[in-house]
Every structure is written in C-alpha cells, then in structure tokens.
Design a protein around this ligand. Structure first.
Ligand code: GRF
Length: 194
C-alpha cells in the first residue's frame, strides 16, 4: 500500500491509457514521485493491463461504487494520493470525491478550453468540432477538476497548428503527441511545488 517516502499519483483512465503509460514510464524510477495506482470504470480498459505491466495496482470500480457509495473514496484514501490525474477518464467526478481532495485532482483535455469542452466533448468529437470550425490551432488543456465538466481552473495549455486538410484523426494524433510530451512534466512540477 502507500509508501510515505514518495509522493503518490493516482491515475483514472477509461480507455487505452497511452497517457497513463507515459506517466508510469516517466515516474518508474523517479526519486520522489510514484504512480501508486490506476483506477478504471471499464473492466476491459487496456489502461488496466498497462498498469499491471508496470506492477502498478490496477483497480476496477462500478458506477454504483463511484456515485452511490464511499467505496472509491475509501480506496483512494488508502493510497494517500498527492495528486489524482484523470487521463482519458469519462465520468464526472462526484462531489464527495472532489471535496475530499481540494486542488489535488487534474484532468487533461484535448483542446484549448474554455472552447470545445463540456459534456459529450471527448475523444474524436472534440477534434471533429475543431476541424469543422476551421480553427487555426488546437492543443491541450490541463486543469483542476471541480464538479462541472472541463470547468476547473487551468494549470497550463500547449498549442499545435490545425493544418488546412487535417482530418479529425490526424489532428487527434498531433494533440495526443502533445499530451504525451507535456503531461508528465506538468504533473511533476505540480507535485514538486506542493
Ligand atoms: C486523450 O486525448 C485525453 O486527452 C482524452 O482522452 C484521450 C485518452 O487517450 N481525455 P489515452 O487513453 O491516454 O490513450
């Protein structure tokens, strides 16, 4: 369980977990920060398999566990998280969890908030909307999590161009690369500042 000598990151992921993988790689041999656990709301999320590969505890939870009980909150508390990172996690975090970890939950969103955020704005839907609007640039937003989708205070943003003939998939790949490059460093900076 939690080892007090290092700061603990907990990752929440619903899908593939390539950002989770980057975090686990980056902090695998870190002197003062570790990924303590990965939680997923999808029993077959590839993110869970990735965590097992890194010997990071991988926990599945149900809708009931998350929204209508204290089960997930209690499990989180056992790991003593210093930062909870939502990396491709699709459910809204319930109030009792947000309030238990003030300024300790961040999310990564694949667009430049406050634009192209909110309920339903995830994955390819975001990039389709950005391409259709002929935006000249897109990027990523890392922000604190509050009780509303994509509304918490920004931590940082990074930008990339949208090219004239980009498909949503091409833009998604460019944005994902930006996420992989910056998310671990932003997480590290936040934790070293605490
Ligand atoms: C990323 O684009 C993330 O910003 C978004 O979902 C995608 C997850 O990718 N919220 P992965 O599961 O980390 O590969």
């Amino acid at each position: 369980m939690a080892q007090p000598d290092k700061k603990n990151i907990i990752i929440f992921a619903s899908g593939s977990g390539s950002n989770a993988q980057r975090l686990m790689e980056y902090f695998e041999h870190h002197s003062s920060i570790r990924v303590a656990a990965l939680f997923s709301n999808k029993a077959n999320a590839y993110a869970l398999t990735r965590a097992e590969t890194f010997n990071v505890p991988a926990l599945f939870f149900s809708r009931e566990d998350f929204f209508n009980s204290d089960k997930v909150l209690q499990q989180l508390q056992e790991f003593k998280p210093d930062l909870i990172v939502l990396a491709g996690f699709l459910w809204l975090v319930p109030q009792h969890i947000v309030q238990a970890f003030p300024n300790k939950i961040i999310n990564i969103h694949p667009a430049l908030l406050p634009n192209y955020g909110g309920k339903g704005m995830h994955g390819i839907h975001v990039h389709t909307a950005v391409v259709q609007a002929k935006e000249p640039e897109s990027g990523i937003s890392i922000h604190f999590v509050n009780e509303e989708y994509d509304k918490g205070d920004l931590v940082s943003q990074f930008r990339c161009p949208v090219l004239p003939h980009d498909t949503p998939e091409e833009l998604a790949a460019r944005v994902l690369q930006l996420e992989h490059e910056h998310l671990p460093k932003v997480v590290e900076e936040l934790l070293l500042k605490q």
